[in-house]
Design a protein around this ligand. Structure first.
Ligand SMILES: [Zn+2]
Length: 157
């Protein structure tokens, strides 16, 4: 994963984000004192599963920004208003996330949401069963399988 490149821990958050290849709203927010730590702010951080300090470990954006090595690069999550609900990347609607943590969170959220839109009476128990049947839906770290509680927790976080 990491390529051994270390970041200057003395730089400002904005400088460190810049060194990781981040541009745009996150850098502006860091300059304005709105991003206080270089830390994945998602409710579930998958890098934490690999390293207790995982939330603070970011890899630089690869030259080709769509390359798979981007999974631990920093990006902006639309929060609290999802992009699909018209949320924009503005200082009042952004949290800092690893690309992978952001993508997985969005993946569950959208899946759960579509199931509920389709059937508003669907229990979270039934949603958990559906998620467990899908081999490709990653569970949150430390969870054996999806449960109603985990689904609810992921959805309301
Ligand atoms: Zn993360």
């Amino acid at each position: 994963m990491g390529d051994g490149r270390t970041l200057d821990p003395k730089g400002t958050i904005a400088e460190r984000l810049g060194a990781l290849g981040v541009r745009g709203v996150l850098v502006q927010m860091a300059r304005n004192g709105q991003i206080l730590d270089l830390k994945c702010e998602m409710p579930t951080c998958y890098r934490e599963r690999e390293d207790p300090n995982g939330r603070t470990l970011f890899d630089p954006w690869p030259e080709q920004r769509s390359a798979p090595e981007h999974r631990w690069s920093p990006n902006a999550d639309h929060y609290p208003t999802l992009k699909m609900d018209g949320g924009q990347l503005k200082p009042w609607n952004v949290r800092l996330a690893h690309v992978l943590c952001n993508n997985l969170d969005y993946g569950w959220r959208k899946r759960i949401r579509l199931m509920l839109e389709d059937n508003p009476k669907l229990s979270f128990e039934s949603i958990a069963e559906v998620l467990n049947r899908r081999k490709r839906v990653l569970r949150p770290p430390q969870a054996e399988s999806w449960t109603a509680e985990i689904v609810r927790g992921a959805y309301v976080s």
